[in-house]
Design a protein around this ligand. Sequence first.
Ligand code: TXA
Ligand code: MG
Length: 367
Amino acid sequence: MKTEIISVKNKQNYELLDPAAKAIAEGALVAFPTETVYGLGASAFLPDAINKVFEVKGRPQDNPLIVHLAELDEIKKVAVEIPTIAYQILEQFSPGPLTVILKKGTIVPDEVTAGLDTVAIRFPENEIAKEFIRRAGVPIVAPSANISGKPSPTQAWHVEEDFDGIIPFIIDGGICDVGVESTIIDLTSDIPEILRPGIISAQDIYNKTGIQVKEYQKITDPNIKPKAPGQKYKHYSPMAKVIILETQDELGTRIEHFTKGLHEYLDKSQKDEVRIGLFLAKNFVDAIMEKKILDQINKDFSDKQIFFMISEYDSSNAAIDASHELFNQFRLFDKEQVDLIICSAEPEINQGIAYMNRLGKAADRRI
Ligand code: TXA
Ligand code: MG
């Protein structure tokens, strides 16, 4: 199959979306941008198309999909028994990077919800996404447009890496604003609960609505079934080994961990040529440069060719900036055939919870 890339980056030529909108309504799969990550779209009304989504992604059958709508009042078509708090929350945060779990309407096929009696619904804020859903004229299910297990796509070339020649259309809308998937909030239990952390935090919801939301609970016991089935899978992994560098420690201790971690890895590595990707907060990069740590490591392992690829993110806006860049960086490092990636941790509060959730699922260990 030939994949057509439709570029609508200048956001004016929306009629270019029409062939893809027609195709999706007729059962084809189309990748499109949202403000979080790119989605792999299919009509929510066509079970065959939905099955194709699972097939091309290699997605476990028990992992339900999110229904994307363009207009808030369409919610009544796909959900029932919608509580007042749902409207209070949606009024403040939709359109936007938030997904609500509600009781499912009978019109929604079981293929969408993996047999659950609840449905996930989201109203993307990205203009291209909205325009595309409107032109398709049907609700669109869209998981992130990556092969299951790989990093989620935040640019069109990421989608091309995974699905070129496999789906008929990729809509290129440039770089996603947020970079991590939507916050998922369960509104079917007495106390609303965050099932997947995103850029909208429990604190944000409380601040804007006064509604108390149970913060995301990390799932540590493998025997406990998470309420969002997707949370149990290893995810977002680049080919390289990923190590998390703790940031709770004093700078001196952190540098020590960093140096020790690199030494351990290089001692074990059988390769003569080693590529190391660093995804670190800018102030930490400055610190290791000042102390000439990388030069010293090159000296200590003079029998090896070590290449460092450094990507730094803004330390003053750390959790948001790091979330925006993480998946792109994973794919860039993979392109450079990096063996090891070291990423800074960020404090697990508000947006830092989402960043650490994604990083934690990709990582092999912490230092
Ligand atoms: O930002 C996003 O949400 C992106 C863009 C494309 O909109 N989509 C996305 O979809 O992240 P996906 O399929 O990668 O993740 C969907 C998550 C999974 O963890 C799944 O288990 C959960 O939503 N989910 C879907 N329906 C659910 C339900 N009825 N109850 C609980 N969790 C549900
Ligand atoms: Mg995903």
